[in-house]
Ligand binder design. Structure first.
Ligand code: SAM
Length: 377
């Protein structure tokens, strides 16, 4: 068994935990910003290919108390680096230290690098490493004097699905978009609408979920280049993912935006993501929208006054939202925004409010629940 960590943005740990459970792995535990679990080598491939809301998958090499540089050196040297890093492996060390005696991150990085080199020197019986082979990004994390040593298995962050090479001016991270959908009552048979869709991230992530398409199916991961990860593990994980895609579902997903260029971009990205047939896009101002059906779910990130548009325009948009969505009590509205006065301008207190980060921006996710289908249908 190997120990793995799925890193999660602040506030999304519970969503990532659900995704980790779905992988069928064991020993799952949740900590701030991460979900730990144990699995087989093949779970490195599965986790990278399947996790929708996690930022990356790390291999947890070991944890130990490190109050002094000596303890850090010896603890690092005792770990089995040679099981993962080949003789020609190229490795870098990054670090962070929170509330720990060893607070100089550059010194900790240098010590970890030296300890790994010492370990590999004795194992490979050499004094000199060319470092011209596959890449290994080691991280030393110190939290309250406890060191955690990891190797990144993902490479570019998991939000890089490969379908969005170009984005609109203020795009939402794909990982956050899928988490926003998971935090609603949306299921494959419910209508989903993003009336300010920009480059289409929310509708695209929703279509991938509806069709059970693995988000990482069409991209590469750094651990694919590692000799210890046989190519067949990746081939099998991708074949298994293809086999569970749902063909016979026609999801009802809608996206619109006032900007025709954004809509064009959204359409292009949708085709790249392989879900071009499942989303209907149109150029339309939010105030002119006709709701596409009943019991629908709106998930959106309207423009932030500090990034796009003026405060007055953004305020007008919130009021338009109220007049479009409030008349139909079967619709749910879910809005992510850093605007502390959203509820005041919108004119109603949210049923739930959750703190999340959109990149570095502190935001709230305001959720207004609509009537559930079945009760009044
Ligand atoms: C923050 S961006 C949305 C980003 C999107 N989620 C993405 O991932 O690319 C906000 C979008 O709202 C659109 N917008 C602004 N005012 C609008 C209005 N009155 N009606 C419809 N769309 C509007 C902008 O054109 C912009 O694309």
């Amino acid at each position: 068994m190997i120990k793995l960590i799925a890193t999660a943005a602040f506030g999304l740990e519970a969503v990532v935990k659900r995704e980790v459970i779905a992988l069928g792995v064991s020993d799952i535990s949740v900590l701030d910003g991460r979900v730990d679990f144990s699995g087989e080598l093949s779970d490195i491939a599965k986790a990278n290919i399947w996790l929708r809301s996690a930022d990356r998958v790390l291999l947890n090499m070991g944890e130990f108390n490190a109050n002094t540089f000596d303890e850090l050196f010896e603890g690092t040297k005792a770990l089995p680096w040679e099981e993962w890093i080949p003789e020609n492996g190229k490795f870098t060390v990054t670090g962070k230290s929170v509330r720990s005696r060893l607070f100089s991150v550059p010194d900790c990085q240098a010590i970890v690098k030296k300890a790994v080199v010492e370990r590999l020197k004795t194992r490979y019986k050499t004094e000199w490493f060319k470092e011209d082979g596959p890449e290994y990004k080691i991280q030393i994390g110190l939290l309250k004097d406890r060191a955690t040593l990891t190797i990144d298995t993902s490479g570019p962050g998991l939000h890089k699905r490969g379908y969005r090479p170009i984005a609109s001016p203020a795009p939402l991270k794909e990982t956050l978009a899928s988490a926003l959908i998971s935090l609603t009552y949306w299921r494959g048979d419910r209508v989903l609408l993003d009336p300010v869709c920009g480059s289409g991230t929310i509708p695209i992530e929703c279509a991938l979920m509806a069709k059970n398409i693995a988000p990482g199916l069409n991209r590469a991961f750094v651990s694919e280049t590692w000799p210890c990860m046989p190519g067949r593990l990746w081939k099998d994980a991708r074949a298994e993912a293809k086999a569970v895609e749902i063909a016979d579902i026609q999801p009802q997903i809608f996206g619109s935006d006032i900007d025709p260029k954004a809509v064009e971009l959204a359409k292009r990205n949708t085709i790249k993501a392989g879900v071009g047939d499942f989303i209907r896009f149109e150029t339309k101002a939010l105030k002119d929208i006709t709701l596409p059906g009943r019991y629908g779910i709106t998930v959106c990130n309207p423009p932030y006054a500090e990034r796009l548009g003026s405060a007055a325009e953004v305020g007008r948009l919130y009021k338009d939202m109220r007049s479009v969505f409030a008349p139909d009590a079967t619709w749910s509205l879910n809005v992510i925004t850093p605007d502390e006065f959203f509820e005041k301008t919108y004119g109603k207190k949210a049923d739930a409010k959750r703190k999340l980060f959109n990149g570095r921006i502190k935001t709230d996710y305001y959720q207004y629940a609509g009537e559930k289908p079945g009760r009044n249908r």
